[in-house]
Design a protein around this ligand. Structure first.
Ligand code: NAP
Length: 322
């Protein structure tokens, strides 16, 4: 910690890459808490003057940390989900929160489609089949499932859900969705029951927020409604799917397949997943392209500058909007 951390304006809980860290440190007096061996102590000793905190959905922000920053007015978080930030504590202290919506919609939707196509057309298995020489020794590859023209159900027709749906129309798919509330402006049909949506759909893509309110929304009943020819894809949070129920459904052939970017206890996974060809996995990389990660870091920076200069965040989360 150097002299610029005295009387700091910004507390940085998470590094967002060299370019962002340098840009932030050039513009403001920053306390880089992520460099500290004992962050809580550094926060107690030096956090009193900070008006803005920078964090990420991975690093989060606790009630205890908020209490150690009595001058805190705004939190600029990297990532669109913010279930790891204590929003109630922020509201109680009058602290505003911003996240990084929209800039990642296309990349996350692209990855949902990569997973959907991988499980339906068995592309990861086919890759191993060719590279492992099985094409030469065994011959023809087993038949898979057509995607084009099928029924696409979306759980969570928000920004990312809409980008996934738009790609579905390019595959001539009929799209329906389930939210807590119907979106009158959406061109797709609303279904108030998730079980009925799963019964109707060939592919169910999960794109709602994580956290307690959506925990295990996709349970055994929903997976059974999707059925042995149905597929589930999850790019939201691992907590939304009951992973034990998913494992049983896949093992017993009650579900056709699954594509998961997120796991309930990531990076851990059930042992049985390792040998399942009907399951495609990715290590939580929905937004992880050079392009989108740069855009997300820039949006965090722009939020910090905007708050410092105008007292307003560019992309405030709903709970702390004026
Ligand atoms: P968003 O625009 O806020 O959309 C979320 C949608 O979920 C809304 O339409 C909301 O509608 C619906 N929803 C919320 N609670 C629900 C419930 N209990 N049942 C049914 N629908 C519900 O958010 P977004 O920007 O699209 O992002 C969605 C989520 O994607 C994020 O929260 C994050 O967890 C995840 N994500 C993952 C990655 C990745 O790397 N894999 C990257 C970015 C984001 P109602 O309010 O009407 O219910």
């Amino acid at each position: 910690m150097d002299s610029r951390t005295d009387n700091c304006e910004v507390i940085q809980l998470a590094s967002l890459g060299d370019a962002f860290d340098d840009q932030l440190a050039k513009r403001f007096r920053v306390l880089p808490l992520w460099q500290s061996a004992s962050p809580q102590e550094a926060l107690s000793a030096l956090g009193a003057s900070a008006r803005v905190a920078v964090t990420s959905v991975r690093k989060g922000l606790s009630r205890e940390q908020i209490a150690l920053m009595p001058s805190l007015q705004a939190v600029c978080s990297w990532g669109v989900g913010y279930e790891t930030l204590d929003v109630s504590a922020a509201v109680e202290h009058g602290v505003k929160i911003s996240n990084t919506p929209e800039v990642l919609d296309d990349c996350v939707a692209d990855l949902a489609w990569a997973l959907l196509l991988t499980v339906a057309r068995q592309t990861a298995t086919g890759d191993r089949y060719v590279k492992g020489g099985l094409w030469k020794t065994i011959g023809a590859f087993p038949l898979s499932t057509r995607v084009s023209g099928k029924r696409l159900g979306i759980l969570g027709m928000g920004r990312i859900g809409a980008a996934i749906a738009q790609r579905g129309t390019g595959f001539s798919m009929e799209v329906r969705y389930n939210n807590r509330r119907e979106r009158p402006e959406s061109p797709y049909q609303y279904m108030a029951s998730l079980v009925e949506l799963a019964q109707w759909a060939d592919f169910l893509v999960v794109a709602c927020p994580g956290g307690e309110s959506t925990r295990h929304l996709v349970n055994a009943e929903v997976l059974d409604a999707l059925g042995p020819k149905g597929f589930v894809v999850n790019i939201a949070r691992g907590s939304v799917i009951d992973e034990q129920a998913l494992e049983s459904a896949l093992r017993e052939g009650r579900l056709g397949g699954a594509g998961l970017d997120v796991l309930e206890h990531e990076p851990k996974m059930p042992e049985a997943f390792k040998s399942m060809d009907q399951l495609a996995l990715m290590p939580h990389v929905g937004s992880a392209t050079h392009d989108t990660r740069a855009d997300m870091a820039q949006l965090v920076f722009d939020n910090v500058v905007s708050y410092m200069e105008t007292g307003r965040l560019l992309t405030p989360v709903a709970e702390t909007r004026d």
